[in-house]
Write a protein that binds this ligand. Structure first.
Ligand code: GLA
Length: 672
């Protein structure tokens, strides 16, 4: 893996600043404040973020820096400064009843030097005075203190340095992350057989059944199963179970995997009923790496790589083609030009996808499942032909081709929605341009019905960014998962901004219905031109841990042909994936916030709980296992580190640090 980063502040001191001879006062507002990054608005010199006189708790200040959480201002102080001081607080332009709360943090050379504690609107300014002796790089941070950035107008008033060294200068951009080599936490799977993945599988009667037993261990391996219901057959060499179940029912099957070193056994529950995706779908999608440059060959290579890399043995299943398999409305690229539909109205794939059925067959032969993308509007988000007024026909075509998953977007539906939806009741406006809940629901309702009519299980994934609180009705329109957010990108701001703001939708997640915080951004990603993810190593551990705690669909977004050892390790920890695939289907919420540490807990089917201790700050922070009692864990607990796959001695633990932007992920069970 090429560039990886870690959080410890250190930025280039190459910019030579004027040398000062005797101690002098340098005002923060005399530096270039435009270098700051912040969650809302623009950095302001001598004014609040809304452009008013800086005022905290009724006290006015002539000078200072008005900003908004999450805010970062990096400053090279060069080692010669003696002191930084300021008066900090929430600006009075925020109503004192507003749900504003921030924390001011000063970080020097990667260490926290001062924190204000949580400050609310209306509170008096606090004095910040920090000794800077020897400090070279400084970060002034304003965090949202864990409750979102609403109304977080923050002032560093009267902020100044005393320095006899080089004049401080600000540095643009997010806090710089110093390179840290990827470190692998998870031991390799043993050579003895082990059956991984979910222990629950849903299928509808009459639908083709396809499930590959995910098993690690040395090959050759022989698979067997007892209790397999009539209609299903197991390929003993590949572990692939196929067939059709005619009637509804629940079947407990014992799966076995045997090699020269031993035999593994696992109970597996098949539920033949109305619901599929009883655990969150896991697989790959073309968008986050190839975007508009996807092709049949690239999709086949991704499927091959999923098998060859061994990821199939950890439960990764779907190979999903995103946008750009259809013809484009006005692209200059000849491979994207052609008829949108044939004379019968059947959708025509572009020339990069000469044989859609052949592609689905290819994927199925590998023991995997195939997915596709469309939009209810005339055009997809990328400008290719959408399903508008051809919904029934498209659902049928996808089923005939053999696809098992449909991601259904929203783009361009806004332009036709009014003509489409009649009788719109005057229900609450959700503030977005599509105005009425009925309008947001309608296209999914009809596509959901058409998909259900097919003799094939097609997982229905709604991609409408959470409009009209989709989590409240997505299941009722036959959705199996639904995006709760806009598009993710491979930055800490994007990933953490999405991942740590899912609490509202969480109670609605259950087997067959999943909130989707968007696809994974680890490995080589890049929407056309790929690069190694810009997430640091610890941010990637956070990303995967959080998505598993959230019971999120896990769709790898990287170029599978360029999987590096670190990314592969990250995606093949069966204990971590088991948290995502847990049959209880609960979604985590934040159970505790303490400064930059947030604790997320998820109840598990076996009575245990998964606990993620996340550090949202830019310096490592200690984890206190004694907190377990205050989190509702009474009595003796057995604590297991899921990334390291090893037990943690509770009573005799050396200090555990949570890396900056990183995580410690445990499973806690009552000790016997
Ligand atoms: C939207 C979706 C993305 C992707 C693109 C395709 O932006 O959110 O995930 O499907 O459309 O154009």
């Amino acid at each position: 893996m090429k560039s990886r980063f870690v959080l410890a502040l250190g930025f280039s001191l190459a910019v030579l600043a004027p040398q000062m001879t005797s101690a002098e006062t340098v005002w923060l507002d005399d530096l270039n404040l435009a270098a700051a990054t912040q969650g809302w608005g623009q950095p302001h010199k001598n004014q609040s973020v809304d452009g008013h006189t800086l005022t905290i708790g009724g006290q006015k200040f002539e000078r200072g820096f008005g900003t908004h959480a999450e805010s970062h201002l990096k400053i090279n102080v060069g080692g010669g400064a003696q002191k930084f001081s300021a008066k900090v607080g929430v600006d009075d332009e925020v109503n004192s009843n507003a749900a504003s709360s921030v924390e001011f943090i000063v970080v020097g050379d990667g260490k926290t030097l001062w924190r204000s504690g949580v400050m609310k609107a209306g509170a008096a300014a606090k004095d910040c005075a920090v000794d800077l002796t020897g400090v070279k790089s400084l970060l002034l941070q304003v965090s949202d203190s864990g409750d979102g950035i609403d109304f977080d107008h923050a002032d560093w008033a009267d902020a100044k340095f005393e320095t006899a060294g080089t004049k401080p200068t600000t540095v643009s951009g997010e806090p710089q992350l110093i390179f840290v080599a990827p470190y692998i936490l998870t031991p390799a799977a043993p050579a003895t057989p082990r059956i991984n993945g979910a222990n629950l599988f849903g299928v509808r009667p009459g639908s083709p059944f396809l499930f590959t037993i995910p098993a690690t261990g040395e090959r050759p391996m022989e698979f067997s199963a007892t209790g397999l219901p009539d209609g299903l057959q197991l390929d003993t060499k590949t572990g692939c179970i196929t067939g059709v179940l005619k009637t509804k029912g629940e079947f407990i099957v014992t799966l076995r995997a045997k090699n020269s070193l031993g035999t593994a056994e696992k109970k597996f529950r098949i539920v033949c009923g109305d619901q599929m995706a009883l655990t969150p779908p896991m697989g790959w999608n073309s968008w986050n790496c190839f975007a508009g440059a996807v092709s049949e060959e690239r999709v086949k290579s991704a499927a091959d790589a999923l098998v060859k890399s061994g990821l199939i043995n950890h439960g990764w299943t779907y190979i999903n083609v995103d946008d750009f398999w259809q013809n484009h409305r006005n692209s200059k690229d000849p491979t994207l030009r052609g008829d949108f539909r044939d004379t019968n109205g059947v959708i025509v794939p572009n020339s990069r996808f000469p044989d859609m059925k052949g592609l689905a067959d290819y994927i199925h032969k590998l023991g995997l499942k195939a997915g596709l993308y469309s939009s209810p509007g005339p055009w997809t988000c990328g400008g290719c032909a959408g399903s508008w007024q051809h919904e029934a026909q498209d659902a049928q075509t996808y089923a005939e081709w053999g696809f098992d998953y449909l991601k259904y977007d929203w783009c361009s539906y806004g332009s036709v929605v009014s003509s489409e939806v009649t009788n719109v009741a005057k229900v609450k406006s959700n503030g977005s341009p599509w105005k009425k809940d009925e309008e947001a629901i309608y296209p999914y309702k009809i596509m959901g019905e058409f998909l259900r009519k097919q003799n094939r299980d097609i997982v229905f994934s709604l991609c409408q960014y959470g409009m009209a609180d989709v989590w409240n009705w997505g299941g009722a329109v036959n959705g199996n998962c639904w995006r709760t957010t806009g598009d993710i990108t491979d930055t800490w701001r994007s990933m953490s901004g999405i991942g740590f703001r899912q609490d509202k939708a969480a109670p609605l997640a259950k087997p067959g219905n999943w909130n989707d915080p968007d696809m994974l951004i680890v490995g080589e990603v890049g929407w056309g031109k790929t690069h190694p993810t810009r997430l640091s190593v610890d941010e990637q551990y956070t990303h995967i841990s959080l998505w598993c705690l959230l019971s999120a669909p896990l769709l790898i977004g990287c170029d599978m042909t360029k999987l590096d050892d670190f990314t592969l390790n990250l995606l093949s920890n069966d204990e971590v994936l088991a948290i995502d695939q847990d049959a209880l289907g609960k979604e985590t919420t934040c159970v505790s916030t303490n400064g930059d540490v947030r604790i997320y807990a998820k109840d598990l089917e076996d009575g245990g709980r998964a606990l993620g201790f996340f550090n949202l700050g830019v310096t490592p922070l200690p984890l206190d296992l004694k907190q377990l009692a205050s989190l509702g864990f009474g009595g003796q607990q057995h604590v297991h580190d899921l990334w390291r796959q090893s037990d943690v001695p509770v009573n005799d633990t050396p200090a555990i640090m949570i890396p900056a932007h990183g995580v410690v992920l445990y499973k806690v069970t009552a000790a016997k």
